[in-house]
Design a protein around this ligand. Structure first.
Ligand code: HEM
Length: 452
C-alpha cells in the first residue's frame, strides 16, 4: 500500500516536471523563433539551421514528450525511402519498443544499399532471416571481439598519443586526429583502407550521408555517392584479387574473410566479402570522427565535465573517462533519431493515454535523444553525470541492428580523446575555429582546440 502511494507520488512529480520542462522549452523555442524571424532570411530561411542545433532539438522533443509524446503526421518528411507519412515517438519506453519490434517496424535502407553494392543488400538493410544471420555471423567470425583489445585499441592509443604529442598545442581535430584514427583502423585492421586516406574518408562520408542522412533525396548527393560506390567496389575487387594472388599473414578482416571463404563459409564469396566490407567501411570512419568531436564539444561546454574528464585522462582512469564520454554523447549524440517503417497497421503504447495507431508504410522516427532525456526512466536527465549505467545511453542503436562496431567505438573513442583531454589548459581556439564546422555536411570538417 505504502509503495503504491510512493509510486503514485513519484510518477505525479515526474509528470509535473515533464510539463514544466515542456512549457519552459516552448517559451525558449518561441524566443528563438522570433529572433530567427527577425534575422535576414526570416523564419523559413533560418528554420533548418535553427533545428540543426542540438539544444533546439532537445527543446522540441521536451515539448513533444510533455504534450504529444507520440504523433502521427500525414506529411512525408522522408523523401529518400518510400513511405505513407510520418510518426514521431519520444518516450523512452516507446522508442525502445519500436526498435525491438522488427516484425512491425522494418529497416528501410535496402534500396539504397542495393544501389551502392550494385545488386546485393547489406545486413543493416535486412529484416530477420537467413541472409541477415549468414552475413552477420560470418563478419562476427572475421571481426572477433578479442581483436579490439589485442589489435585495434593498442594501435589507436599509440597513434593518438603520437598525433597529439606532435601537434605543438594546436589541433584541428577532424583532419588531424578523429578521421585519421578510424581510417588507420580500416587500413591496418580491415585491410581495406582504399587508395589513400583522403579518398577513403571522402567515399565513406558521402555514402554514409546518402544512406542515413539524405532524408530529402538530393539528386546531386545521390550522383556523388553512387560514383564513389562504383570506385570503392572497383578498389575492393582489386584488393581482394591481389590479396588472393599474394597472400599475407596479417590478422586483418580481409584475410579472415578469405580464410572463411576457403573453409566454404556461406556468404564469403568474393562478392559477399566485397559487399560486407563496403558496408562496414561506410559505418566506420565518419561516425567515430563525428562522435569524438561531439563528445569533446559537450565536455568543453561544461567546466565540471571537463575537470572530471581531464582528471580521469591524466590518472589513467579509463572507466571513469569512458563514463564522461558516454554522458557527453547522451547530451550531444551522433544521431538524435533512428527511423523505421511500419510493415502493417499497428499500435504504439497500447492502453495508455499516449496510445497511437500507426498506418502501414509510415516512417517512424524513434527519437533516441528524447529517450535519453525521459525523466520517467532516467534520473535527473538534464544533469551531467559521469557514472550513469551504460544502459541509460542509446548512442549506437539498440535491438537487432545495434551497431556492429559497438565494442570498437567503446574502445576507440576514449582512446582518441584521452591524450587530448590530458593536456594542460585545454580550450577551444578563438572564434569560429573553436566551434565545430561541418562545412555544409552532417560531419565535422574542422574543430580546433589549443593547449599549453
Ligand atoms: C561512434 C561511432 C558509431 C556510431 C554512433 C554508430 C551508430 C550506429 C547506429 C545508430 C546503428 C543502428 C542503425 C539502425 O538501427 O538503423 C549502427 C549500426 C551499425 N553500425 Fe555503427 N556506429 C558507429 C561506428 C561503427 C563502426 C566503427 C562500424 C564498423 C566496424 C559500424 C558498423 C555498423 C553496422 C555494420 C551496423 C549494422 C548492424 C546490424 O544491422 O546488425 N558502426 N551504428
Amino acid at each position: 500500500m505504502l509503495s503504491s502511494l510512493a509510486n503514485l507520488l513519484t510518477t505525479s512529480w515526474a509528470v509535473i516536471l515533464t510539463w514544466a520542462e515542456g512549457i519552459g522549452s516552448a517559451t525558449r523555442l518561441a524566443g528563438a523563433g522570433l529572433r530567427a524571424a527577425r534575422a535576414p532570411g526570416g523564419l523559413k530561411g533560418n528554420a533548418g539551421s535553427l533545428l540543426a542545433e542540438p539544444e533546439r532539438q532537445r527543446q522540441v522533443l521536451a515539448v513533444l514528450r510533455a504534450f504529444a509524446p507520440n504523433i502521427s503526421l500525414k506529411r512525408q518528411l522522408v523523401k529518400a525511402y518510400e513511405n505513407t507519412g510520418t510518426v514521431i515517438v519520444t518516450r523512452r519506453e516507446d522508442v525502445l519498443d519500436v526498435l525491438s519490434r522488427d516484425a512491425d517496424f522494418e529497416v528501410v535502407y535496402e534500396p539504397r544499399m542495393r544501389k551502392l553494392t550494385e545488386g546485393e543488400n547489406f545486413f543493416l538493410g535486412m529484416q530477420p532471416g537467413w541472409d541477415y544471420t549468414r552475413d552477420v555471423s560470418a563478419m562476427r567470425l572475421a571481426a572477433r571481439r578479442p581483436d579490439v583489445e589485442e589489435i585495434v585499441l593498442p594501435r589507436a592509443t599509440a597513434l593518438a598519443d603520437d598525433i597529439v604529442g606532435g601537434s605543438f598545442g594546436r589541433l584541428d581535430l577532424p583532419p588531424q586526429l578523429t578521421l585519421e584514427i578510424p581510417w588507420d583502423m580500416t587500413e591496418t585492421y580491415f585491410g581495406a583502407g582504399g587508395p589513400d586516406k583522403a579518398t577513403m574518408q571522402d567515399w565513406t562520408t558521402t555514402m554514409f550521408w546518402y544512406l542515413f542522412g539524405d532524408l530529402g533525396a538530393d539528386p546531386a548527393l545521390e550522383a556523388k555517392a553512387l560514383g564513389h560506390a562504383a570506385d570503392m567496389r572497383t578498389w575492393l575487387d582489386e584488393a581482394i584479387a591481389s590479396r588472393k594472388a599474394a597472400p599475407t599473414e596479417a590478422p586483418d578482416l580481409l584475410n579472415r574473410c578469405l580464410a572463411l571463404q576457403s573453409a566454404g563459409t556461406p556468404g564469403m564469396s568474393d562478392l559477399g566479402i566485397r559487399n560486407n566490407l563496403l558496408g562496414l567501411l561506410i559505418g566506420a570512419i565518419p561516425t567515430i570522427s563525428k562522435a569524438s568531436c561531439l563528445a569533446l564539444d559537450a565536455i568543453l561546454d561544461r567546466p565540471e565535465a571537463l575537470e572530471l574528464a581531464q582528471k580521469s585522462a591524466r590518472a589513467g582512469d579509463d572507466t571513469r573517462l569512458a563514463g564522461v564520454v558516454w554522458e557527453a554523447l547522451r547530451h550531444n549524440p551522433h544521431n538524435p533519431v533512428i527511423y523505421r517503417r511500419a510493415t502493417r497497421n499497428t499500435v504504439i503504447a497500447r492502453s495508455t493515454l499516449r496510445e497511437l495507431h500507426v498506418k502501414k508504410g509510415q516512417i517512424v522516427f524513434a527519437a533516441t535523444l528524447s529517450a535519453m532525456y525521459d525523466r520517467f526512466d532516467i534520473d535527473a536527465p538534464g544533469s551531467f553525470r559521469g557514472n550513469r549505467r551504460f544502459e541509460d545511453h542509446i548512442i549506437w542503436g539498440t535491438g537487432m541492428h545495434t551497431c556492429f562496431g559497438a565494442a570498437i567505438n567503446a574502445a576507440v573513442i576514449p582512446a582518441i580523446l584521452k591524450p587530448v583531454l590530458a593536456q594542460p589548459n585545454l580550450r577551444r581556439a578563438d572564434g569560429a575555429a573553436g566551434r565545430i564546422d561541418t562545412g555544409g555536411t552532417p560531419f565535422p570538417q574542422h574543430f580546433t582546440v589549443l593547449f599549453d
